[in-house]
Design a protein. Structure first.
Lengths: 458, 547
């Protein structure tokens, strides 16, 4: 057994986290910053943070993840990191020449209390920031929230630093995609284009962290939302925020800063969440849902109906990030899959549970926040054995020990490819999830069936 | 040397100048001391390298931190020391199973904490009011849930700043749980300038708090500890196989596939051999001073190096039977190695390699490349010190800077009762006369040809220049560099994680590596990078029937 010390009996823990179902803010902030064109994320802290975050994202995307660090030593930790970052800013512009440096803090610089707003001003006064270039920052203390919070905070900072209300409204819709994959961001754009909606999507990591191999390394790949686009998001007529935890702070900030009204809806994973997104796009932009999308929707409903017998009364347990988990749980419920347990390490508050209870039963165990970790998740799996587990790569240790198929969804996925290129959002994405579920269940049935029960047609 | 000197076509001085000219003056001055054209003089004298120096802020570095070196590298591979990361969640998360240290518990009931990441997950309140109380509670919970015999506490950056005393907590909790050995590491990420500081911190604590606690040796003759072998991709398994086959008793490995008791009784062994000099030479030195165990450097990377290392170990014991067995083993193993080596060499000969990794690997792996005829044209370490480049002869002349001064240097005395020199003075004199070297490491540079380019703490921009100027057949580094280099159409072999394969140590490992390099440089997929029509842009838009 891989996790041989995990017993079934749940004992309440208050201090020890075992096998976390979250990680820290800066990695989410770094990822969000990669979604801005010609932006170089910068980690204000020790070298190790940046090395760890780059490694984690590289393993997940199998693509270059570029970011710099303030390289704190003990001296910087005692006297403050201002000298380090001011030096870093100068070096970054002269060596790598990005258009934007997006700084995120770390627990170290937060504890020291470095005031980034003031430091960036000083760097500007000192002439360290060339004409036309920008340095922005987000506070991302690792001792609050999770990687999802970090993503939300950096997205909010983009608004805070860049969005402008010029007084001339445009007919654009802002779409905040939430902490999803580059393939998902591309799919969200495709849906909006299909509907003829004029939109600004940010951050947008498509073609940044899933860039093509063309024989040349591009420090700044061609993907990413431009600064101009984010600036003009302040003039847009509406914002659609996908995912309460990862997108709401930016949408709220944009509303209060530039008077752009917003609505928050689920990350469009599954049929109903996609319906809600499409409907919101339609209403906010005054467009129609084209036949092409209706065909995609109809095909999804067709497969759901055709294969319903394989979903009905199957059981699933989910571990992951709140926005993704919420939409996924809704979709699984719509397929008539029962959900035994939902765990997220991100502290998501009572709203998360309340929303989930709208479509999962009272029997479903929901754990969130401190000590809601994968150790607890494993114990819940042991006590009520599901047919499927949904989670990131780390869940495979549980899946193997308990001999339950795992469907990989969330962050990080270190051991499979696909998430970079094939979306999980939209009707097409839902179809992909359905396919994965069916493959997992049917492969299992084919493996386990008695010879006389072995089915040719399923 | 039989390798073709293909690399002489590139002038290393020119490459060096090209790199330096883009830098602002201050950086250029510093990097000039870390980018050195190799020149080996008499007595293996090589130019001085600036190493173990701060990375310039804002430079895209490969380096990590002290915590990574301590928890991730040195202690991580041990399966039955329960490891609690004290700090916010990230550090514990990122060091969770990501280094591929394999371990093999002997029975289903044996302890194995390696698939578990444990953390105090400090929150804002604890950052403000202190985290010691939570750490104590976490230890209570860990003891109740997992019943460990030892607990290591690893400090992350904020812990040092908020003033949590992990050592005091360890003492208090050890009083509460006398059967559990509890010790803390002050390996905050900001200590030192790289992972290297963390290695030293780990060595110190393991030496003071673990080694020497159990005086019962393992049964068997010719007891050897291997220091600095972390069982990435199963390297230690292959070394274990060879040790057993030759008749050595492998007492403890620090720390691949290891258990606590082996650390605690390591001082009862007859010999320490050191694989990764950078990460563990401290422990070898301290054990020699305190217990009288001699050490020398070995290298199990490369078939020839493996043979050489096994012979040296047998020679140390001086036992005729042992030496004969070692020769038999080498002969037998080499037969299958040679067959594949020659075949692969015929396809790889003359292709060039670059290695930028670690504190030993960039040196060790040159042996494997050279065995298949591939010269290393440029190499450097990520976090090594001057002695790893220039040899231990420069130890006395290394200037201790502020960053190093912060890492404790233990004063070690002979153990009153347990110090016992393994060899008599006369025996040691005889060894010296035969040129048998102890306590030495010659470093990377003396073993590299002149005019190779040695670069310490290579950064992204410099790697790009190297690729452009040298167009090597293969580049070796880590995960962060992997896809950056590959986008340029050059294969990168990860020498931290081995790209999820291995082992590469020992004889079986050598064969694995030859075949892997053969795959990477000869059957590469990069030939598909250009679409068929990209070669003939002038034909765009013309159709066959118009001709």
């Amino acid at each position: 057994m891989l996790l041989r010390h995990t017993g079934e009996e749940v004992v309440e823990r208050k201090a020890l986290t075992v096998n976390p179902a979250k990680t820290c803010q800066p990695v989410g902030a770094l990822y969000a910053a990669l979604g801005v064109y010609k932006c170089l994320p910068h980690s204000h802290g020790s070298q190790g943070c940046c090395a760890y975050h780059r490694s984690a994202l590289t393993r997940h995307y199998k693509d270059p993840i570029m970011a710099t660090t303030s390289s704190f030593t003990e001296g910087a930790s005692v006297f403050g990191g201002q000298a380090n970052i001011v030096e870093a800013i100068g070096n970054i512009f002269s060596i790598y020449d990005p258009d934007v440096i997006a700084v995120h803090t770390t627990c170290l610089s937060e504890v020291i209390g470095d005031d980034l707003t003031q430091i960036i001003k000083k760097a500007s006064t000192d002439g360290k920031i060339p004409e036309g270039k920008l340095v922005i920052h987000a506070n991302t203390p690792s001792f609050k929230g999770s990687h999802v919070t970090g993503f939300a905070n950096m997205t909010q900072s983009l608004v805070q630093y860049l969005a402008e209300n010029t007084g001339k409204k445009t007919s654009y819709i802002n779409i905040l995609p939430g902490f999803v994959e580059p393939s998902d961001m591309a799919e969200i754009k495709r849906i909006a284009k299909e509907m003829g909606v004029k939109f600004i999507l940010f951050p947008d990591t498509s073609e940044v962290v899933n860039s093509p191999l063309d024989g040349k390394f591009h420090m700044f790949p061609k993907g990413g939302t431009t600064v101009e686009q984010i600036k003009s998001s302040g003039d847009s007529m509406f914002t659609i925020a996908l995912g309460r935890d990862s997108s709401l702070p930016a949408a709220k900030f944009l509303d209060s800063k530039c008077k752009v009204p917003y609505e928050v809806t689920e990350v469009p994973i599954g049929l109903r969440a996609t319906d809600a997104f499409v409907d919101l796009l339609r209403k906010s932009s005054g467009t129609h849902v084209p036949d092409s999308l209706m065909v995609e929707r109809g095909q999804l409903v067709d497969v759901m109906t055709d294969m319903h017998q394989y979903f009905y009364h199957k059981k699933a347990a989910i571990v992951g990030d709140p926005d993704v988990v919420t939409a996924l749980a809704q979709f699984l419920s719509d397929l008539d899959i029962e959900i035994t347990a939902i765990v997220t390490g991100t502290p998501s508050g009572p709203k998360f549970e309340k929303r989930l209870r709208e479509f999962v039963g009272e029997k479903t165990v929901i754990k969130t926040g401190l000590n809601a970790d994968m150790f607890l998740f494993h114990q819940l799996v042991k006590s009520d054995k599901p047919d499927l587990i949904f989670g990131n790569t780390y869940a495979k240790y549980i899946a193997r020990d308990e001999d339950i198929p795992l469907i990989r969804i969330g962050f990080p996925i270190y051991d499979r490819v696909g998430h970079q290129y094939f979306p999980q959002v939209g009707y097409k994405g839902a179809m992909r999830i359905v396919e994965k579920i069916l493959n997992a269940l049917m492969d299992r049935q084919d493996r386990d069936a008695a010879e006389e029960k072995f089915e040719l047609v399923m | 040397m039989e390798e073709k000197n293909v690399y002489t076509a590139v002038d290393p001085e020119h490459v060096r100048d090209s790199i330096l000219k883009k830098y602002p003056a201050k950086i250029a001055r510093k990097r000039a001391k870390q980018i050195i054209v190799n020149n080996v003089g008499d007595n293996d004298l090589v130019p001085e390298m600036l190493a173990n120096a701060r990375t310039v802020p804002g430079i895209l570095t490969m380096r990590g931190c002290s915590y990574a070196g301590c928890k991730g590298v040195v202690l991580g591979p041990t399966r039955d020391i329960l490891q609690i990361t004290h700090g916010p969640i990230g550090c514990g998360f990122y060091s969770w199973l990501t280094r591929r240290n394999q371990t093999r518990p002997e029975t289903l009931d044996d302890t194995n904490f390696m698939p578990y990441a444990m953390s105090t997950d400090l929150q804002e309140d604890e950052i403000i009011f202190g985290g010691e109380k939570k750490l104590k509670a976490a230890i209570d919970e860990a003891v109740a849930l997992f019943h460990p015999k030892a607990i290591g506490i690893f400090s992350t950056c904020p812990v040092g700043l908020i003033g949590d005393d992990v050592h005091a907590v360890a003492r208090d909790m050890e009083e509460k749980y006398p059967d559990v050995n509890i010790f803390g590491f002050s390996c905050e990420g900001y200590k030192g300038v790289s992972q290297s500081a963390g290695h030293h911190i780990a060595n110190n604590k393991v030496f003071t708090d673990v080694v020497g606690l159990i005086d019962t040796p393992k049964p068997g003759n010719f007891k050897v500890n291997i220091l600095g072998e972390y069982n990435i991709g199963g390297d230690a398994f292959e070394i274990e196989r060879l040790m057993a086959k030759c008749g050595f008793t492998l007492h403890s490995t620090f720390s691949g596939n290891s258990v606590y008791e082996e650390f605690a009784s390591a001082h009862t062994a007859d010999l320490n051999v050191v694989m990764c000099h950078r990460s563990i030479n401290y422990l070898a030195e301290m054990m020699e001073k305190k217990y009288g165990i001699p050490w020398f450097k070995v290298n199990f990377v490369g078939a020839n190096s493996t043979a050489k290392s096994l012979r040296k170990m047998a020679e140390y014991f001086g036992d005729k039977n042992l030496m004969a067995t070692v020769e038999t083993v080498i002969k037998e193993e080499m037969e299958s190695v040679e067959k594949i080596r020659n075949e692969v060499k015929s396809r790889c000969e003359g292709k060039t390699a670059m290695l930028f990794v670690g504190g030993s690997r960039a040196h060790h792996y040159q042996d494997l490349f050279s065995e298949i005829g591939m010269p290393t044209v440029s190499a450097g370490y990520e976090f090594a010190h001057r002695d790893d480049y220039e040899g231990r002869k420069v130890l006395g002349s290394i200037v201790v800077d502020a960053d190093t001064r912060n890492i404790e240097e233990l004063t070690v005395e002979k153990d009153a009762t347990r110090y016992s020199p393994r060899k008599s003075e006369a025996e040691m004199a005889a060894f010296a006369k035969d040129g048998f070297e102890f306590s030495d490491y010659k470093g990377m540079m003396a073993e590299m040809p002149n005019k190779t380019l040695i670069i310490d703490d290579l950064n992204h921009y410099e790697a790009e220049v190297l690729i452009e100027k040298y167009k090597p057949a293969i580049f070796c580094a880590g995960i962060k560099e992997k896809y950056v280099i590959q986008k340029s159409g050059i294969p990168l072999k990860q020498l931290h994680s081995y790209d999820y394969s291995g082992p590469y140590a020992g004889f079986e490992g050598a064969v694995n590596f030859y075949q892997e390099i053969d795959r990477l440089v000869n059957s590469n997929m990069f030939r598909f990078v250009k679409a068929p029509w990209q070669g003939n842009p002038e034909l765009a838009g013309s159709y066959g029937w118009t001709k």
